[in-house]
Design a protein around this ligand. Structure first.
Ligand code: ADP
Ligand code: MG
Length: 329
């Protein structure tokens, strides 16, 4: 596997560890914010300040991935509201748009931060990333992930009949389209990402879990689906041969018996322990569960350690002084 080559060298200083950092929703938009460009840029700037510190420590090289929930939600809404004046785009194209939007903000923030520190020589690039999924993935049989605006019952029925959308009533709030959340199989652009990393670039890739595509007669085709960003981040980390996969979210540690009087924060877990806690149901579906699953996969595919923590604890967690670390033993 090519991943070993990247770990060992390709002109990369051996002492610098490659970290894939997965940014959660709160790194770009805080709860309660409307999502104006200025708000997002401000959050991204604070986030990038943390990322720049990692790079400046001289100990790490980073590849960045990120969520896109609120951003793609707004793009879908804009498409819906403006559909009579401008042609709406498919969900997977909206995903591509969100990668450009968020990639631009991170790219510019990091570049400006480095310029201030006299490190204008560090290149930063966003790669519009396609993630291959299996057209036969079970997730396509029973779509579960709600996307886009709420509809009335009649509108939902029309979308189902005319466009073949799967629609579901969402807890009394109205009807929404639901799409599949298939497992990521392969980061299609992995080779170019590896080359950029080897050339000392900071790469932003696989945003929003990547643009879901299927292989068909030797070609790629976009599909309307949403890939979990933590699981796609793990694929990316394995594909670029990262030593560390770090998931930055809005809690500083993974907890057992979350939100109960018996709640307990975890400093470390072995893969075996993580599997046991996972089976016992400690991690909520759609939030902590995919993170722990991604961490387990990363270690099992040869990664050194996975870290789950909050943005403000990122550098401390890399030093082993904060967060939850998952290792083989
Ligand atoms: P992100 O945008 O970073 O992916 P998520 O909301 O998907 O954020 O996941 C983080 C959330 O997971 C936390 O805010 C917390 O409420 C929730 N969570 C569920 N189970 C646990 C657990 N066992 N320990 C810690 N947090 C948990
Ligand atoms: Mg999440």
């Amino acid at each position: 596997m090519g991943t070993q080559d990247v770990r060992k060298g390709d002109g990369m200083p051996a002492e610098k560890k490659l970290v894939v950092v997965a940014l959660g929703g709160n790194a770009i938009l805080q709860p309660g914010q409307r999502g104006t460009f200025e708000e997002q840029m401000k959050n991204v700037h604070l986030t990038c300040d943390q990322l720049a510190q990692m790079v400046e420590s001289g100990k790490y090289k980073i590849v960045v991935t990120h969520g896109n929930g609120p951003q793609v939600g707004n793009i879908l809404l804009q498409n819906e509201v403006g559909k009579d004046v401008a042609a709406p785009m498919p969900l997977y194209v909206c995903g591509a748009e969100s990668q450009g939007l968020i990639g631009y903000m991170i790219q510019q923030s990091l570049t400006n931060l480095f310029a201030d520190k006299g490190r204008g020589d560090i290149p930063v690039a966003t790669v519009v990333t396609q993630v291959v999924v299996d057209a036969k993935d079970d997730a396509f049989v029973h779509p579960t992930k709600p996307v886009g605006p709420f509809y009335s019952a009649e509108e939902a029925k029309r979308l189902h009949d005319e466009k073949g959308y799967d629609v579901k009533e969402d807890a009394g709030r109205g009807w929404r389209r639901v799409v599949a959340s298939p497992d990521p199989v392969e980061i299609f652009e992995k080779e170019i990402i590896r080359q950029l990393v080897a050339a000392r670039s900071i790469v932003i890739a696989s945003g929003g879990g990547g643009i879901p595509v299927v292989r068909e007669n030797g070609h790629l085709r976009g599909v309307d689906a949403v890939i979990d960003k933590d699981l796609a981040g793990e694929r990316l980390a394995a594909d670029v041969g990262a030593s560390i996969f770090m998931i930055l979210t809005d809690v500083s540690q993974v907890k057992l018996n979350y939100k109960t009087p018996q709640e307990k924060s975890l400093d470390r877990m072995t893969v075996a322990e993580a599997r046991k806690y996972h089976a016992e149901g400690h991690f909520a579906k759609g939030s902590m569960e995919p993170k722990v699953r991604a961490a387990i996969r990363f270690i099992e595919s040869g990664g050194e350690r996975a870290i789950i923590t909050s943005l403000d604890k990122a550098t401390a967690a890399l030093d082993g002084k904060a967060g939850t670390t998952i290792t083989k033993e």
